[in-house]
Structures are given as structure tokens and as C-alpha cells.
Design a protein. Structure first.
Length: 297
């Protein structure tokens, strides 16, 4: 506030720090309230909620006791004399226990329908916290609304930002002006451009010479040389060898190879191995029907 009571504005940094401090104070108040709440419950004060829980536990304990008594009674019943098996007796006991549990659950729900939960320290504290949070949000909205028409005076930070923006704008304007001034500039020849032109001309001349040479050599007839004659002889010998191999294979198609000592030995070995496998199969089949008790006694 100024000397005349007028609002002078708040810098963004001061506003953020103030909001951060308010948030820290609010979290501290919440922690204190939770600590008081835990201290209250640790003193052993019975609330209505605890009383309802004790009542529900007592009813569940009654149902469990009834199920245990039913199980004890079922132990004394002679199910075999009554015509029931062990499995049927177990199913009947499970059914009765499930039926008792469902009945207890229905009664509990029915009894709790008309229960009126009174206010506790916890609900009052939660309501107070909700009201404080709502008041803080309303204050924040009102502050934002009041600051909409506030004119923030210049600061060192804003002046620095304006100077940076002005320098950036001047640099961009200079660059645009330079590009515009260089649009009609005619670049004269230099040593580098002349050297590039000479290299290009030499390259074009070499390519033209190559094309002319290929065109002149189209109709040239190459006569035989010692190298070509040697290649022809090698090709002929290769073809002759392949033809001989094909003829040999064709002549050997109908040749019958007589039995040798090695072939007879291999046949004997194969027959012995085949007989041994067959004997093993027969023994396995006989052992399948073997009566160990009759053989021992």
C-alpha cells in the first residue's frame, strides 16, 4: 500500500512466495489435526462406530458357536445306520454352516438399517478441514478477480525483458534488410570460379573422347591371337573329358556286380542283428504274461 492507501501491485515472485507459505501453513494445520485425532482414539474412548463393530462381532461369534455345536452333534450321529455315507454327511454339514452364515449376514444387515451414526471427533474435524479448504479457494478466486484490473508498474526484471526483446527484434530487422539488399547483387568472376569452369571443360572433353572411341571401335574385327587359340584348346579338352565321363556312366548302367566276400559278411551280420531283435521282441511278449506269484509259490 502506498502513502495514500492505493494498491501499488504485487510482483509475480512475491505472489508465488506468499501462495507457497500459505500452502505450507495449511499442510501444517492438517498434520496437527490428524495428530490430535490419533491421540483422541488412542485414549480408548468408545464411539458409536466401535459399539456397532462389537455388536457385529458378537453376532458373528454366536453364528460360529452354533456351527461348532452343529459339527459336534453331527459327530455323534451314526450316518451308516441312517443310510448316509461319509461324503453325504460332509455335504450336509457344509450346507448347514453356509445356511447359518447367510442367515446371520441377513440379520446383521437388517439390524444395521435403522442405526443412526452420530457425529464424532473425526467427522467434525473432516468437516472443519473441508470448510477451511473451501474458504481458501474462495479467497484465491476473489484475489484473482480483484487483481484483474491492477496495473503492475515497471520493475528491473520487466525492463530487462523489454531490452532483450528490442535487441532481438533489431537483429531480425537487420538480417531481413541485408537479404533484401543482396537480391540484385551481381557476383563477378573470381579465380575459384574460373578454376571450376576449367575443370568442368576438361571433364566434358574426356567424356566426349571416350564416346568417340567407343563409336569408332564398333566395326573393328579382332583377329585370332595366341591367347584366343589357347583358350579354344582348353575348352575343347574340357568338353572331351565331360563327354568321356558321360559315355562311361552310360556303359556301366547294365553291369551286374557279383557277390564278394565283403558283401557276404555284411549279409550275415545283418541277418544276425535281425534275429537278435526278433528274439528280444518275443522275450518281451512272454514277460508280459508272466505270473510272478505262480512262479514263486
Amino acid at each position: 500500500m502506498g502513502d495514500d492507501g492505493a494498491f501499488q501491485g504485487v510482483s509475480p515472485f512475491d505472489f508465488a512466495m506468499r501462495q507457497k507459505n500459505e500452502e505450507k501453513k495449511r499442510k501444517q494445520r492438517e498434520r496437527d489435526a490428524k495428530a490430535q485425532l490419533y491421540k483422541y482414539h488412542s485414549q480408548g474412548v468408545a464411539t458409536l462406530e466401535e459399539a456397532n463393530a462389537l455388536k457385529v462381532n458378537a453376532e458373528n461369534e454366536k453364528g460360529k458357536q452354533a456351527a461348532r455345536q452343529m459339527k459336534e452333534d453331527a459327530k455323534k450321529v451314526n450316518m451308516a445306520a441312517a443310510g448316509f455315507g461319509v461324503e453325504q454327511a460332509s455335504r450336509n454339514a457344509d450346507f448347514e454352516r453356509e445356511k447359518a452364515r447367510q442367515e446371520t449376514e441377513r440379520n446383521t444387515i437388517k439390524n444395521n438399517q435403522k442405526v443412526v451414526v452420530t457425529e464424532t471427533v473425526e467427522t467434525n474435524e473432516l468437516r472443519a478441514m473441508a470448510l477451511r479448504d473451501k474458504a481458501e479457494k474462495e479467497t484465491e478466486r476473489q484475489t484473482i478477480k480483484d487483481n484483474q484490473n491492477v496495473v503492475v508498474s515497471e520493475t528491473v526484471e520487466t525492463n530487462e525483458l523489454k531490452a532483450l526483446a528490442a535487441r532481438d527484434k533489431a537483429e531480425k530487422e537487420t538480417e531481413r534488410q541485408t537479404i533484401k539488399d543482396n537480391q540484385n547483387v551481381v557476383v563477378t568472376e573470381t579465380v575459384e570460379t574460373n578454376e571450376l569452369k576449367e575443370l568442368h571443360k576438361r571433364d566434358q572433353a574426356e567424356k566426349e573422347t571416350e564416346r568417340q572411341t567407343k563409336a569408332h571401335l564398333k566395326d573393328v574385327v579382332v583377329t585370332e591371337t595366341v591367347e584366343t587359340n589357347e583358350l579354344k584348346e582348353l575348352h575343347k579338352r574340357d568338353q572331351a573329358e565331360k563327354e568321356t565321363e558321360r559315355q562311361t556312366k552310360a556303359h556301366l548302367k547294365d553291369v551286374n556286380i557279383s557277390e564278394s566276400v565283403e558283401g557276404q559278411v555284411r549279409k550275415e551280420q545283418h541277418k544276425m542283428e535281425k534275429d537278435w531283435k526278433e528274439t528280444g521282441k518275443q522275450q518281451k511278449a512272454e514277460n508280459t504274461n508272466f505270473d510272478m506269484a505262480r512262479a514263486l509259490f
